[in-house]
Ligand binder design. Structure first.
Ligand code: 13P
Length: 337
């Protein structure tokens, strides 16, 4: 794998009007989602649900790639075709979540550090053999009275730098994700300050680890007031703060930035991305890598086994992809458009 290939994969991830569907929920997280719609968390149900999403007709029009979980990258359709093959035929890049989850940070109550570096070189080589083109690692930053600590920010960003270096060595594009959680009652300015500090420290760490930024993607959280903040923000305020923050901390050489949805409603996630892109042009393409905001409506339909709901679920995920694809161009015309 040459450096040029990493660069062209990174550019393909953020191709105009396209973004990512994240279907990389761990068994614990998918259980929560399945519980809400009364579906048993069995291996077959996880496989069948993800087959429904990945084979939705027309998905690739607005979806450049999908992030899979370790189990999913090894699974096949009911007809026996490997998911990675189905994706490659449709022009959807296979991605893989490679971190092993956020665990309590010793000595820092309420804070988390993401694990998974041990043995990562071997796992990345296997994922590359299975067809993965990019990988994702998520760090979690919690805003509360006394957090985040600089220890938590640096420990997580050190791991993100190490992970990114191993990805590029294995020929995979690293998608580096420092998620600042939406939980809390902090206002938008606090989120701005924390996100800016996290991103500046992240790029210092990527520099320290000699990451080739042209072959990497940032997966960022938007700058938003905490979920329980009494003063919520307009889409324009979110867009303005998010762009200001990214411009102050992210090098222009990066090929692109994708946002996570982080618990925003489907409509907010799309409206915010649209407002961000309406304020362009920006130094990078700004697109989406949504999990919940791509899937939640489709999951409800799929869980209902009455006639026609399977096709409805597939249409719904494609509709969400189209809306977010339009928002990635600043061309979304609203919920009824
Ligand atoms: P959400 O869009 O549901 O936040 O998930 C995206 C993701 O991949 C988090 O790591």
């Amino acid at each position: 794998m040459s450096i040029d290939q990493l660069e062209s994969i990174a550019q393909a991830i953020v191709a105009p009007g396209k973004g990512i569907i994240a279907i990389d929920e761990s068994h614990g997280t998918i259980k929560k989602r399945f519980d809400e719609v009364g579906i048993e968390n069995s291996e077959e149900n996880r496989r069948a649900y993800r087959e429904m999403l990945l084979t939705a007709p027309g998905l690739s029009e607005h979806i450049s790639g999908a992030i899979l979980y370790d189990e999913t990258i090894r699974q096949s359709t009911r007809q026996g075709q490997a998911f990675t093959e189905v994706m490659t035929e449709a022009g959807i890049l296979p991605g893989i979540k490679v971190d092993l989850g956020a665990k309590p940070l010793a000595g820092f109550p309420g804070e988390l550090v993401t694990e998974g570096l041990d043995g990562l070189r071997g796992r990345l080589a296997e994922y590359a053999r299975l067809g993965a083109k990019f990988a994702k690692w998520r760090a979690v930053i919690t805003i509360a009275e006394d957090t985040p600590s600089s220890t938590c920010i640096e420990a997580n960003n050190h791991a993100l730098g190490r992970y990114a270096a191993l990805c590029q060595e294995a020929g995979l594009v690293p998608m580096v994700e420092p998620e600042v959680l939406l939980d809390g009652d902090h206002d938008i300015e606090v989120c701005y300050e924390v996100t800016e500090a996290v991103l500046r420290s992240l790029f210092a760490s990527l520099y320290e680890q000699s990451i080739m930024l042209e072959g990497a993607i940032l997966k960022a959280s938007m700058v938003l007031p905490g979920k329980n903040c009494s003063q919520q923000a307009s889409a324009e305020e979110v867009a303005e703060a998010t762009i200001r923050c990214l411009k102050s901390a992210v090098p222009a050489v990066l090929p692109g930035i994708v946002f996570l949805s982080g618990g925003q409603s489907d409509e907010d996630a799309t409206a915010h991305l649209n407002a961000i892109n309406q304020m362009g042009p920006h130094p990078w393409p700004l697109s989406f890598s949504y999990g919940r905001a791509m899937q939640q409506a489709a999951l409800k339909l799929w869980a209902d086994d009455s006639e026609g709901q399977y096709e409805q679920a597939q249409k719904t995920v494609v509709t969400r992809a189209r809306a977010n694809g339009q928002a990635a161009l600043g061309q979304w015309s609203g919920p009824s458009g």
